[in-house]
Design a protein around this ligand. Sequence first.
Ligand code: IPE
Ligand code: IPE
Ligand code: MG
Length: 258
Amino acid sequence: MPKSDSANSIRQLRSGSSLPQHVAVIMDGNGRWATQRRLPRIAGHSEGVKRVRELVSVCAEKGIKYLTLFAFSSENWRRPKLEVKYLIELFVSALDEELKKLQENNIKFRVIGQIDRFGENAVRKIKNAEALTRGNDRLALTIAANYGGRWDIAQACAELARRAQEGKIEVDAITPELIEASLSMHDTPDPDLFIRTGGEQRVSNFLLWQLAYTELYFVPILWPDFDRSQFDLAMDSYVARQRRFGLTGEQIEAIRQA
Ligand code: IPE
Ligand code: IPE
Ligand code: MG
């Protein structure tokens, strides 16, 4: 079922100043963290994995239901070959090490993006982890890998064009809801809060469609330094905001009190 935009917004309005249900993160600054310490960039990526573990635990503890992390963009293939190779190896080995813990902690794992390019071994391990954790419902952890927001929208449009060509849908029936239902995140509510570490204030082709009404939080802290206390500051910033979704502040108050 496609998520309805208005149902989504009303749910978010009613939740008032409660914590976000879905947090999406661009984990940026690993390379700079390492360079500052005269270490190779890959040392920053290794340290970054520790913060991923920590963040997953913190979100589970706080009752956040969805956590989506940008691990590798479709543009990151342009990096030096060795760094790309290391990033893929690091991802696969972290998954090997964490799978048991994901199961124990009732965490559902999945990857969005064109994973085929990572090779057979990685694809097999990803599919296996997804299958094993499918029934878990404490926290849904989504890793965006070889993912790009433009690719996601394009593949959804191609899918709908195919269905129209086969006569299964009318062209005029193509609405935002129908496009949304063909996106990689179709079964997940849009992010309430977007966090980008590392100081850059851009979206870098992450969840372009889904971020339409997300609260944005940019922080100069480099990802390997983004610990629990930093996450709490992001939560504080989120709860202090009033989300309006096009309505007036007075309308929002009335909905909250209803
Ligand atoms: C983010 O850190 C990790 C990936 C993009 C895989 P960077 O590697 O981009 O770190 P900086 O931005 O160069 O410091
Ligand atoms: C975005 O970071 C992608 C990930 C964190 C995986 P980048 O470091 O690749 O983004 P740009 O190139 O600075 O925009
Ligand atoms: Mg970067």
